[in-house]
Design a binder for this molecule. Structure first.
Ligand code: UN1
Length: 515
């Protein structure tokens, strides 16, 4: 088939049913929930409805937290390396079912096959990492100022982790949180995006199998399909020790203060408005490849998607010409087709937001150099296929400073490096960033304290596609949380500082005498 041919909703439903069954999900009736209630599973490939699934009631959600809390009391005393055995089994099952899961990701999120498989690989990478971590939950031993005393810290399981995930990484972000939470001793209650319930059912079934295979408590994982009310319930429930939430800044603004009000812990991974600075010494061919993957890949629907290009004025015309040429080669269409590089947007809302942003950019004096137009509307009127857009902007106006979750790349120019950095940091979000340069001074300055203000700062690669080994997250409106690798595990545990006196005396710290 060619990208112009699309599977039908019925074919996609059959495919999803088969993959779900293989992952151990019981048969789902097409209308498991009456119309107007529950969760509607759609496929962005056609815009058609796959299933109507029942949503969890607030009573069910409450019961899930109660069960998870009971599991916590058991799990927290299981030695961490044995907790790792569960995650090891999960990783094996995810690998065994990688093609099934990738198909479900493509059906439900619209990702091209290679990216869908990459997302599944991100899950298994995460399991590998967490298994190693299960033997490395290190605390420090500090030099104690008192004789005959020992000062050290111990890391303990925290409690039940609530995990809210977004449609665009329906399974990887769950795995970032769940693999780490489980080795840290925390059960997980997961509310996936309403737009991606099927991949969630598959992951839940595979984890349930890993739990059964390793004899772990069944309630270590609870899946709650539902809308905003479920997220609010988790935000307000004091038994949810950590709420890890990925999504929009708007969502974070609602969830963050509610968790803070009960002194709960929050890990926020919100919007990005990621930029790349391109300096005159950059290797332009490599730069173009890096830019196109980051800006047009995943149809512009990653939180790490490249949205702003800050180019030196001397090379701006040459670079934008090359980018426009590369964009002209991008095949938009059926994400199952190996020749396709850009699949559908998640839905009509994303399309409306894109159109609105392009109108605003034009009103601000911007010129659309390429893209922005709809494709395949005749074949699939309820789906949204668009050509990724490149827009030259005269200035960093309000629309450029906002995150639009669609494939729009704004191009801005600069004269001095300081000007480039000021434009770069002149947005409310602070997730990912990169610089393309062969000048070491520029590269190091970009990575320095007065350089990029983002949680991720790269040199000569784009803003998206991070490995799991590093900590993932960002500053400012991105929310400050860090997930996946490095020492992000610390958010999932509580630290106890221990002072042990093994002497016969009782010296007080700071030289205090008392009596
Ligand atoms: C996201 O878009 O929410 O760095 C996560 C990346 C991926 C993760 C993106 N590894 O692009």
């Amino acid at each position: 088939s060619t990208p112009a041919q699309l599977p039908s909703t019925e074919e996609l439903r059959d495919l999803a049913a088969d993959r779900l069954r293989r992952c151990g999900v019981g048969t789902i009736g097409e209308d498991a929930a009456p119309e107007g209630t529950g969760i509607t599973a759609r496929t962005p490939l056609t815009g058609g409805v796959l299933y109507r699934l029942p949503a969890a009631t607030t009573e069910e959600a409450d019961a899930a937290v109660t069960a998870a809390e009971a599991a916590f009391r058991e799990w927290r005393t299981v030695p961490a390396p044995r907790r790792g055995a569960l995650v090891k089994r999960l990783g094996e099952l995810l690998t065994e079912h990688q093609d099934d899961l990738a198909d479900l990701v493509t059906v439900e999120a619209g990702k091209i096959r290679s990216e869908a498989l990459g997302e599944v690989r991100e899950m298994t990478d995460m399991c590998d990492f967490a298994v190693g971590l299960s033997r490395q939950l290190y605390g420090r031993t500090m030099a104690c100022e008192r004789p005959g005393h020992r000062l050290a810290e111990t890391w303990h399981p925290l409690g039940v982790a609530g995990v809210l995930t977004a449609f665009n990484f329906p399974v990887a972000v769950w795995a970032w949180n769940t693999a780490v939470a489980l080795v840290c001793g925390d059960p997980v209650v997961w509310k996936p995006s309403e737009q991606t319930p099927l991949t969630a059912l598959a992951c839940d079934a595979l984890l349930a199998r890993a739990i059964a295979d390793t004899g772990a408590p069944a309630a270590l994982h609870r899946l709650l399909l539902g809308g905003r009310e479920i997220g609010e319930l988790l935000a307000d429930d004091p038994r949810i020790a950590l709420l890890s939430a990925t999504g929009s800044v708007r969502m974070g603004r609602q969830v963050g203060p509610r968790v803070a009000a009960r002194f709960g812990r929050c890990l926020l991974e919100l919007g990005g408005n990621n930029a790349a600075v391109v300096t005159p010494s950059a290797d332009l061919d490599l730069t173009v490849r890096g830019i196109v993957f980051s800006a047009a890949g995943t149809a512009g629907q990653r939180c790490t998607t490249l949205r702003r290009l800050i180019v030196h004025e001397d090379i701006a015309d040459r670079l934008t010409e090359k980018i426009a040429h590369a964009y002209g080669q991008l095949r938009v269409g059926n994400p199952f087709d190996a020749a396709t590089l850009v699949g559908p947007l998640i839905g009509p809302g994303a399309h409306a937001a894109m159109d609105k942003a392009l109108d605003a950019a034009r009103a601000d004096g911007g010129t659309v150099l390429t893209g922005g137009d709809r494709r395949l509307a005749d074949l699939a009127p309820d789906a949204v296929y668009v050509r990724p857009a490149v827009v030259r902007m005269p200035a960093q106006t309000a629309i450029v400073r906002a995150e639009t979750f669609a494939p729009i790349l704004y191009v801005l120019t600069y004269r001095t490096f300081d000007e480039a950095l000021a434009l770069h940091n002149g947005v409310p979000q602070g997730l990912s960033s990169s610089i393309f340069t062969r000048d070491q001074r520029e590269a190091e300055r970009f990575l320095a304290a007065d350089g990029s203000d983002c949680g991720i700062a790269n040199v000569n690669i784009g803003t998206s596609g991070a490995e799991i080994g590093g900590a993932f997250g960002g500053e400012k409106e991105t929310g400050g949380g860090r997930e996946s690798g490095s020492d992000a595990w610390r958010s999932y545990m509580r630290r106890a500082t221990n002072t042990v006196n093994y002497s016969d005396a009782l010296p007080l710290a700071q030289g205090v005498t008392f009596g």
